[in-house]
Structures are given as structure tokens and as C-alpha cells.
Write a protein that binds this ligand. Structure first.
Ligand code: ATP
Ligand code: MG
Length: 356
């Protein structure tokens, strides 16, 4: 029996609602696989916890999480708590402390859904954005502000280290080498950001010589346009923290939006737990109504299975989601239907049993 321990942080708003459905999927994984066990432990670290205790997690919160193999995360955020608190006191410490330097976001148009890019097919929209998750433009390394001088000024540091750039670029090349197109697209802007980006490009060149993978280097502005005009070119895209953030949200919009898209915050060496979550937030506007789409959260379990080296289970989950979207009438309101979170979750689970 292979046993994994899963820390579960449902969070706020629709977080617990969609996490609940994804836990059914985790259970289904055990049943279809046989010798597999997920031991889950829930942590109530959310905005209510903050309002009671003045912090998002206990002082030894990270130590508690560290004992687990993976983390399943819902979403945090509540109108009563400033947004930066939940981000800076919970999500970012987890990402940084556990060296989750890869932010992995599949951009894949599922069967049964239409893209707002109406001339693009399912084959055209199927790639992965690999975003650097620990440094670059979001380093928070401090900056300067000079208010009150004749020229008001703000300076923010972007930190690109060789160590940080090399490891994300290597990860992306390894992923590209495993996929069929054998192509890596790299976001840059070395013509304008003329210290950090030439450095990044140089490292791409060095690392790339070790792989039998075609490398395409595009400036970020052109690349954003190509996301719309020729997404079929892409297979794996690697980008810095800021560029990857923008590209992955843009990518999500081309395949149906927030209720559908997952992300993995990965520590590839498995020295620390990796964390899986939907890209959406706590959606206070629809929380408590039981109508949130659980697909993004359920798909995050698929990424978790890939990470735990059970890609056949990851694929089974995506297939089950596609079966429901393509061959049943079940749709949550964001997809234009009237079904509940639970209807959608149950339908996907029963497809998993059928296909598994
Ligand atoms: P955050 O700051 O945490 O990212 P946000 O307010 O920017 O939160 P979301 O909470 O993701 O963004 O919500 C944005 C919009 O998308 C809301 O109108 C919300 O109802 C909708 N939405 C988000 N997730 C889902 C979902 N799973 N199902 C249906 N609608 C969703
Ligand atoms: Mg948001």
C-alpha cells in the first residue's frame, strides 16, 4: 500500500465548497487504483482564523505543513480582511519556504467547451505555462521611493539570479523534452529590460544546448498577441514571475476562464511539499450558494497525481471532466447551466469510476 499524506487548506468563500468535491475525487483515486491511500489532514487557516487570532496561520504553521507530501489548497480572501494579508501571510510564505519555484498552469481547451477564440480547436489550445514562482519581478526585495523631491520617484528591484533562472529553465526544458512537439517557447524582453532579460536569454541558450528541443524566443508583447493569433504553435512556455502571471491568466481566458483552470506550485526535487490549487479566488459574490464550478479544484488533483508520478490517474481525471462536459447536460451557472457544485462533483466522480 502506497500512502501519501495530504494537508488540506480549504480557506474561505467557495474554497471549502470546491475542495469538498475534490476530496471525493481523491477518494475515487484510491478506489480505482487499489494499493493507494491518501491520509488527509485539514487546516482551518483562513480569514476567520485571522480575525480570531490576528494571523493567517499559527507560528509553527509551516512546520506543520512540512510533514505532508502535498498540500491541497482552496482559496483564501474575505472582504473583511485586506487582500494582501491572506496573500503575504499564507500563500507566499508557503511558496517561498517550500521552494515551490515552478508554477505550472495547463492551458487546455477541454472537450465539450468552446473557446472565445472561435476559430481555434481543441488541438490548437493545448499547452503548459511554466512560471518562475520565487524571484524576478515579484522579489519584494525592497526599492526606493523618493516622494517630495522635485521629481517623484519609485524604484523597485527585479532580482534574477543564475540559480533561480537556471532551475526554472531546466525544468521547462525537461518538460518540453517529454512532450510530443519538443518545443520550448521563452518569454523575454531583452530589448527594453536590458540587464535582467539578456541575462535570462543567455541562460536559456546555455541550458538549451543540453536538450534536443527547439527553442523559440519571443518578446513578451508579441508573445501575448500570439496567444490569441497562433496558440497552436505552443507546447511548453517558460516565463519570469510577472510575464508568467500575465500569460497564464491570458491563457486561462482562452480556454473558458476561472472556474476551470488549475495550478501547481511545485518543488520538483520533492524536498518540500508542493501545493495544488485552482487559479480562482474565494469568489465572495457566489460563496454559500453551492453554485461554484469545482472543475478547477478537481483538475488540481490531476496535477497532484502527475506530481506523485501517477500520470495515468491524472489523465483519468481530465478524461472524466471532459466526458461530463461533452456527454452530459450538467453545467454550473458559469458555464451557462443550472447545476450545483455538488452535481458537477458527483458527475465527475461517477465518470472516474466508469472509466477507471
Ligand atoms: P482573488 O483576489 O482571491 O484572486 P478575485 O475577487 O480577484 O479573488 P475570484 O474570487 O476568482 O477573483 O472571482 C472572480 C470572479 O470569478 C467572480 O465573479 C467569481 O464569482 C467568479 N468565479 C471564480 N471562481 C469561480 C468558480 N469556481 N465558479 C464560478 N465562478 C467563479
Ligand atoms: Mg484576483
Amino acid at each position: 500500500m502506497k500512502t501519501y499524506s495530504v494537508a488540506v487548506i480549504p480557506g474561505d468563500g467557495i474554497g471549502p465548497e470546491v475542495v469538498n468535491e475534490s476530496l471525493k475525487v481523491l477518494k475515487a483515486m484510491e478506489d480505482v487504483h487499489g494499493g493507494l491511500k491518501f491520509v488527509t489532514k485539514e487546516f482551518d487557516w483562513n480569514c476567520s482564523y485571522y480575525l480570531k487570532n490576528g494571523r493567517m496561520m499559527p507560528e509553527n504553521g509551516l512546520e506543520q505543513l512540512r510533514e505532508h507530501d502535498v498540500i491541497l489548497f482552496g482559496a483564501v480572501g474575505d472582504p473583511a480582511v485586506p487582500d494582501h494579508v491572506s496573500v503575504w501571510e499564507l500563500i507566499l510564505p508557503i511558496r517561498k519556504q517550500f521552494e515551490q519555484y515552478v508554477n505550472l498552469r495547463p492551458v487546455k481547451l477541454l472537450r465539450g467547451l468552446e473557446s472565445p477564440l472561435r476559430y481555434k480547436s481543441h488541438q490548437d489550445l493545448d499547452f503548459v505555462v511554466v512560471r518562475e514562482n520565487t524571484e524576478g519581478e515579484y522579489s519584494n526585495s525592497g526599492g526606493l521611493t523618493h516622494e517630495g523631491t522635485p521629481y517623484e520617484l519609485a524604484v523597485q528591484n527585479n532580482i534574477f539570479t543564475r540559480y533561480g533562472s537556471e532551475r526554472i529553465i531546466k525544468y521547462a526544458y525537461n518538460l518540453a523534452a517529454k512532450r510530443s512537439k519538443k518545443r520550448l517557447t521563452v518569454a523575454t524582453k531583452s530589448n527594453a529590460i536590458n540587464y535582467a532579460m539578456p541575462f535570462w536569454d543567455e541562460i536559456v541558450k546555455e541550458v538549451g544546448t543540453n536538450y534536443n528541443v527547439e527553442t523559440q524566443l519571443y518578446h513578451i508583447d508579441a508573445l501575448a498577441a500570439y496567444f490569441i493569433s497562433r496558440p497552436e504553435e505552443f507546447d511548453v512556455i517558460v516565463a519570469s514571475n510577472l510575464f508568467g502571471d500575465i500569460l497564464s491568466d491570458l491563457g486561462a481566458a482562452t480556454v473558458g476562464g476561472l472556474g476551470l483552470t488549475p495550478s501547481g506550485n511545485i518543488n520538483p526535487e520533492k524536498k518540500y511539499p508542493s501545493m495544488f490549487e485552482p487559479i480562482h479566488g474565494s469568489a465572495p459574490d457566489i460563496a454559500g450558494k453551492g453554485i461554484a464550478n469545482p472543475i478547477a479544484q478537481i483538475w488540481s488533483i490531476s496535477l497532484m497525481m502527475d506530481h506523485l508520478q501517477m500520470p495515468e490517474l491524472g489523465e483519468l481525471i481530465v478524461n472524466a471532466i471532459e466526458e461530463v462536459l461533452e456527454n452530459t447536460a450538467i453545467k454550473t451557472p458559469d458555464l451557462g447551466g443550472k447545476n450545483s457544485t455538488e452535481d458537477m462533483g458527483n458527475a465527475i466522480v461517477s465518470q472516474i469510476y466508469k472509466l477507471g
